[in-house]
Design a protein around this ligand. Structure first.
Ligand code: ADP
Ligand code: MG
Length: 711
């Protein structure tokens, strides 16, 4: 016989080993009584592999069967649950030869007819004498007084054993199941496994916090989430589970944040003003108060010995690029190189051109890296970086190539960071020694998400637009109106965009597409103006040429797909029309709108949309109601849910089993406070009261917390 050596002193107490055997929550469900390989496979289909998975497979809904009604007490059109026995079957045919099965059931106080269309198989499921629970809205039968019938109902067969108490006479959990997986089986299994294994659901929240916040224990919460005695208790159970999901994440993020704050292995830059002062003199405008604030936040990070990990968010056109340039200048003053990575070639080139006008007078050199570039130039640029004759590299993913090597990389700036995966940022990071990282986004992140996805980042926000900007006016229009409107703007010397969801027409959709419409618009609608076409399938050279032509005003009207979404800056463009606006996500619509309104002239966003679905309607409504990117983001989160929001999965956002970011935001904010407090007191969770919490965090976030953080 093999004797297991207990690991902790507590286990030496008599009886503990026995309990431990049943506390193995990692046990494969296949080995549970009554499961076996076949059913284990069915459970696997819904993501259940272990006992723990099973215990945390929470109901999607509940059916209140605590209040069974007698048939004699039925009221028409009220959702009611009865328990009755099958008396007889009757099959009748309609005039159109449709089969209808009628099942009469009775509970001794009256009779009810279950009317089943196209469900003759129910005859086999509900043979005579079966005891059945039926829920739904009962109606008086048309031709017979005192007899009720029901067409849309849910039922469950009772088997007459003690197990029935799980399925009826109480608030019954309803689980998401597959066709082959029987709900009754799953429910009974969860009940049994709860009884056997619940002692293994060890409390990991610090007792002081749990009591202070009036939270149920983990064990109670899990049990009552499945089988609540009443709905208020179920609510409490849910709250506890949401709390702990958030709390675990926030504590993990707080630990990471704390560690970063206290690591003194970063570069400490000194402000020399050898470049910053001449730059300010070159600048044709004054910084806004918000820009000054975020520059000082960034500089404070850069001056300190810890590594900067900062998110700079601000609406399109709020002047983030120029702020990031200040950071690059500070790096250059300290003989460090910077890199600016953008998601598209157009954007990288635009940054390059925009910054170059400041670089030359300051005696600095920047090099561009895009994949479409000439090999010889790429080699020259690589050489300039290694030798240190270039202080700044600007580019796309091409920057990530192994051959791009820096002499002394000190600062990483990632523009429109949500376009990049986590790995790409860390590849950049490895090109320097603990370089500072600034990520920028014009897609504002609702606070609830920034607390999770970016929970370990410091956030700087520019809310204020440069002076003189008028908010873009957004209107819903029909085509003729829009064309007339655009004509007026073009005649006034301005430029316009018209955006389509597709490049080419497709038999799958009846949508207008950019290519064909560019021709149509040129020939039929705007013959007196120059129409250009920009889309993702053009050669890089052609794209570049068209953008340049648009900037140089050789093109008046640019027909495009969403390639114009990010960052393109043509101040003279005052109107953007978006066709089939219902096809675009809210974030995209807002980004597109940001292409105009970049000067002091009034700009317009014209939406042509068939808002047939509820979602489409809410997106259009949000666009018409606000130009505030943060409000748009909150709306977007509500409409899409966090999972799809900006493809958040990329960031390693954990999926919550119970919590709902939009709905449970207050709780999230609370857990954040508590966890950051906790970590301030015990940054590594070494206090014995926090040991189980530390273990739980490790279990959940092992290998993932690095993914959550950006950089
Ligand atoms: P973002 O990157 O946030 O979308 P940009 O940095 O591209 O914004 O700025 C948009 C435009 O506004 C640029 O042409 C820039 O030169 C200009 N700009 C930036 N800051 C100011 C300011 N404080 N005053 C006036 N114009 C500004
Ligand atoms: Mg930008």
């Amino acid at each position: 016989m093999i004797t297991r050596i207990p690991k902790t002193p507590a286990c030496r107490q008599a009886g503990i080993t026995q309990i431990r055997a049943n506390m193995d929550l990692h046990k494969n469900v296949q080995y549970l009584k009554g499961v076996g390989p076949q059913r284990a496979n069915l459970l696997k289909d819904i993501g259940i592999l272990t006992v723990y998975d099973l215990l945390t497979y929470f109901p999607r809904d509940y059916a209140d069967r605590s209040q069974l009604k007698l048939i004699a007490q039925l009221h028409p059109a009220e959702t009611t649950t009865i328990q009755a026995t099958v008396l007889r079957h009757q099959v009748i045919y309609t005039r159109s030869r449709r089969q209808i099965l009628k099942i009469a059931v009775s509970d001794g106080t009256g009779t009810v007819i279950l009317v089943c269309f196209n469900q003759s198989y129910l005859k086999n499921y509900l043979p005579q004498g079966t005891t059945v629970i039926v829920s739904g809205k009962f109606e008086k039968a048309a031709n017979r007084k005192n007899v009720y019938e029901i067409k849309n109902f849910v039922y469950e067969v009772l088997s007459g054993d003690h197990e029935d108490l799980i399925h009826t006479g109480r608030i019954v959990p309803i689980y998401s199941v597959t066709q082959q997986l029987n709900m009754r089986f799953l429910r009974a299994l969860i009940r049994r496994v709860l009884d056997e294994y619940k002692e293994g659901l060890v409390e990991y929240l610090p007792e002081s916090i749990r009591q202070q916040e009036f939270l149920l224990t983990f064990k109670e919460a899990v049990e009552w989430m499945h089988f609540p005695p009443d709905f208020p208790t179920q609510q409490q159970a849910r709250e506890r589970l949401v709390f702990s999901e958030f709390f675990l994440l926030e504590t993990a993020l707080a630990m990471k944040h704390f560690e970063q704050q206290h690591q003194a292995n970063g570069i400490a830059y000194t402000i020399h003003k050898t470049l910053l002062t001449p730059f300010k003199e070159l600048l044709p405008f004054e910084f806004t108060a918000d820009q000054i604030k975020v520059i000082s936040e960034i500089f404070a990070d850069m001056q300190s010995t810890r590594v900067m990990n900062r998110l700079l968010q601000g609406d399109v056109g709020s002047g983030k690029t120029i702020v990031s340039f200040c950071a690059m200048l500070l790096a250059a003053e300290n003989k460090y190189q910077s890199v600016l990575m953008a998601p598209t070639e157009i954007l990288a080139e635009q940054h390059f051109i925009y910054l170059r006008k400041y670089l030359l007078p300051l005696g600095l050199n920047a090099v561009l890296f895009t994949s479409g570039m000439d090999k010889k130039i790429i080699r020259q640029n690589q050489e300039a970086l290694v030798q240190g004759t270039a202080q700044i590299a600007i580019g796309t993913h091409a920057l990530l190539e192994e051959d791009v090597v820096f002499q002394r990389l000190g600062l990483i700036i990632v523009d429109e960071q949500h376009r990049f995966g986590v790995r790409q940022r860390s590849l950049l990071r490895q090109k320097g020694h603990n370089p500072d990282v600034l990520v920028m986004t014009a897609t504002p992140i609702p606070r609830s998400l920034s607390l999770t996805v970016y929970g370990d980042l410091d956030v700087s926000t520019i809310r204020e637009l440069p002076p003189g900007r008028k908010p873009v006016k957004t209107l819903k229009v029909n085509e003729p109106e829009a064309y007339q409107f655009i004509k007026n703007e073009l005649s006034g010397g301005h430029q316009a965009f018209v955006v389509y969801p597709l490049i080419e027409e497709s038999p799958k959709f009846t949508l207008k597409a950019a290519k064909k419409m560019a021709l149509d618009l040129q020939e039929k609608v705007f013959p007196d103006f120059r129409v250009g076409l920009l889309h993702g399938r053009l050669k890089v050279k052609d794209k570049e040429q068209i953008m340049q032509d648009f900037v140089a005003k050789k093109i008046d009207l640019l027909v495009a797909t969403t390639v114009v979404e990010v960052g393109i800056d043509v101040a003279n463009a005052t109107v953007i029309m978006i066709e089939h606006a219902e096809r675009f996500g809210l974030a995209t619509l807002h980004q597109l709108r940001g292409r105009v309104g970049r000067s002091s002239a009034q700009s317009y966003c014209l939406l042509s949309a068939e808002d047939k679905t509820v979602d489409a309607r809410s997106r259009i409504k949000a666009m018409l109601e606000t130009t505030d990117g943060f409000k748009i983001a909150e709306e977007d989160l509500k409409i899409r849910g966090p999972g799809e929001f900006f493809g958040v999965r990329q960031h390693g956002l954990p999926e919550f089993k119970v919590a709902d970011l939009a709905r449970d935001f207050t709780l999230l904010a609370r857990t954040r406070e508590l966890s950051f407090d906790l970590v301030r007191q015990d940054s590594r969770l070494t206090n014995p009261d926090h040991r189980l919490l530390a273990a739980e965090i490790k279990k959940i976030f092992a290998g993932r917390i690095n993914l959550i953080h950006i950089g």
